[in-house]
Design a protein around this ligand. Structure first.
Ligand SMILES: [Zn+2]
Length: 86
């Protein structure tokens, strides 16, 4: 009942899986492997490309216009009622 030594080596697959882990988080710009100082980007260049997209409005953040309008209306109504402001 003695098997050949080394026939069952599950740790080998574990090691190869560990090696693949960093590739899970790829660069959002070019999908390359992210590199530590630039995470989640692969390079400074891709980080700047992403920053540029933000600045150019590609990732425009939706403004909460509804809330702003009601705030403005409330302020206007308050100003109309307040005799010290008019
Ligand atoms: Zn990249």
């Amino acid at each position: 009942m003695i098997d050949k030594p080394g026939a069952d080596t599950p740790h080998l697959t574990l090691v190869s899986q560990e090696k693949k882990l960093p590739q899970k988080a790829g660069c959002p710009i070019c999908k390359a492997t992210a590199v530590k100082p630039h995470t989640p980007f692969c390079s400074r260049r891709c980080a700047q490309v992403d920053l540029g997209r933000w600045l150019m409005g590609d990732y425009a953040i939706p403004a909460h216009e509804g809330a702003d309008d009601s705030d403005l209306n409330a302020l206007l109504a308050q100003a109309d009622k307040d005799p010290t402001l008019s």
